[in-house]
Write a protein that binds this ligand. Structure first.
Ligand SMILES: [Zn+2]
Length: 277
């Protein structure tokens, strides 16, 4: 069985904003991590190719090809400034999940509260032109599992529609903001036209993974070279990831319960798009 490590990045910068500090990776560390992948014969592939053309998460690829998926969430401006040049240098594929309402020149579509400087539409298009796969990440970055059906559908459809319209290419993959999803969110993601979606479960993606809840491994400010090497090898998932996984699971139960309570209390009302719970 070939498990494909799917790496989750956010910001790549030496000067992170307060809201992204824990999940940002310094520019030099990112360059070292990509150099490690190149030196050890890893083969980065776009997220969507994990699950298409017979490449199941099981064993579709020869293990010797060492497939790995590199993903970036939200669409920070530093992706263009600091990450893209490194990816280009190595000829690495990657997938960028964009929150359309956060983009620097979202204009009348602006929604939500970006955590740092964001990409412009021209920069997203430039990344796409350079072979970066663009995926959805909701329109305003809400906790999707906490939204009513109407607002949830709006977040998914508006995000995908804007990306397809502005980039002129099909968008069939997405990542859930905060990694939060539920059976209802996954069903509506499929209805909105997504074939694959990323969660954040901090374990390797293996054969049984739901294509609409593919787990990723968080790379963060404190991920050192030794940890990174072990994570991409998948031989040994370090303790920090196991601890995160336990927290993620426990919290999912709390969140499902909270949503069920909200539905019971206000069964008729859909939350407006962009509302944060
Ligand atoms: Zn996000």
């Amino acid at each position: 069985m070939t498990a494909v490590p799917i790496l989750m990045y956010h910001s790549v910068t030496d000067r992170p904003a307060p809201g992204t500090r824990a999940l940002s990776v310094p520019t030099a560390a990112f360059a070292d991590q990509m150099a490690h992948l190149a030196a050890h014969g890893y083969n980065p592939i776009p997220f969507s190719s994990c699950l298409e053309d017979g490449m199941s998460l099981r064993s579709g690829r020869d293990a010797h090809e060492r497939p790995v998926v590199i993903t970036f969430d939200d669409g920070y401006a530093d992706f263009h400034e600091n990450a893209l040049p490194v990816l280009e240098r190595h000829g690495f594929a990657a997938t960028l999940f964009v929150t359309t309402g956060w983009l620097a020149d979202a204009g009348g579509d602006a929604a939500g509260r970006p955590l740092d400087r964001m990409l412009s539409w021209a920069q997203v298009a430039e990344a796409a032109a350079h072979g970066i796969e663009i995926g959805g990440h909701s329109h305003s970055h809400p906790q999707l599992d906490q939204l009513g059906d109407r607002a949830l559908r709006e977040e998914l459809v508006r995000n995908r529609g804007l990306l397809e319209e502005r980039l002129g290419r099909a968008v069939r993959t997405m990542a859930y903001p905060f990694g939060y999803s539920s059976a209802r969110v996954r069903r509506m993601a499929r209805e909105a036209g997504y074939d694959t979606a990323c969660a954040v479960a901090n374990r390797m993606a293996a054969g049984a993974a739901d294509p609409l809840a593919v787990p990723r491994l968080t790379i963060r400010a404190t991920t050192g070279p030794g940890t990174f090497a072990r994570v991409v090898e998948g031989r040994d998932i370090p303790l920090i990831f196991l601890k995160d996984r336990a927290l993620t699971r426990g919290y999912a139960v709390v969140r499902r319960t909270r949503y069920a309570l909200r539905r019971t209390l206000v069964p008729q009302r859909d939350a407006p798009a962009g509302e944060r719970s």
